[in-house]
Unconditional design. Structure first.
Length: 224
């Protein structure tokens, strides 16, 4: 029999129930007698783990999902190792995701999504190899927090922002008070600085300067 193998697949040839050889891309001629062939797609495909509800290390419920791009690296292992290799990998991804989530607090989970994806890929690499698969890419897709937790987080963020704003205003007031105190000390120590500052304001324009003079006291001699 003639067999044409596409670039994106491999063909396993069995004779009397035993593996004989693997056919790569191209045209092949085989004897039909007592032979059976199995086609295995080796192009990358997407595996999606839907939202899983898991408790974080601080006891908060979250729903997490992930996507993984996998590819068959050993067609014979993929066909012979287990009955359903894709389901086997799907379960391994679920278990690894749960183990990683329960070991982190909610804040860590939200802040370390990239690191979580890398750790998950490493964790499932050996399980994938057992069934002839390789995980090429893996990403945590969604982290869904319950509405009440989102509201609480928003309140905390608002309170933190208001506290920082109050602290900044207090710092500005302290700095202005210190500047005024330093200026007062300089004027007391150097009275001429005030006159120079007045002349600068007059020269710069845009300011109204009022100069006042105190009348000198004169004494009149009383005539008898």
């Amino acid at each position: 029999m003639r067999i044409v193998v596409q670039e994106w697949e491999r063909v396993l040839v069995h004779r009397d129930g035993r593996f004989e050889r693997e056919l790569g891309p191209g045209r092949h001629q085989l004897g039909r007698w007592r032979r059976r062939v199995v086609r295995v797609a080796v192009r990358p495909r997407l595996v999606v783990v839907p939202l899983q509800e898991v408790l974080t290390a601080d006891g908060l419920p979250v729903k997490v999902s992930l996507t993984a791009t996998v590819r068959v690296t050993s067609p014979r292992t993929w066909h012979e190792a287990v009955d359903d290799p894709d389901a086997f990998l799907h379960t391994a991804l679920q278990l690894a995701l749960r183990e990683e989530v329960v070991s982190r607090t909610l804040d860590q989970l939200l802040a370390e999504r990239a690191e979580l994806s890398a750790r998950l890929r490493t964790a499932v690499a050996s399980a994938a190899a057992e069934v002839g698969l390789a995980v090429e890419r893996l990403a945590v897709r969604d982290v869904v927090v319950p509405p009440e937790l989102r509201h609480a987080a928003a309140e905390v963020a608002t309170a933190r922002a208001l506290g920082l704003a109050s602290l900044e205003r207090a710092r500005s007031e302290v700095a202005a008070t210190r500047a005024l105190a330093n200026a007062a000390k300089l004027v007391d120590a150097q009275p001429g600085l005030l006159q120079l500052r007045t002349l600068q304001a007059v020269e710069a324009g845009g300011a109204t300067v009022v100069l006042t003079s105190q009348p000198s006291a004169t004494s009149a001699a009383a005539t008898p």
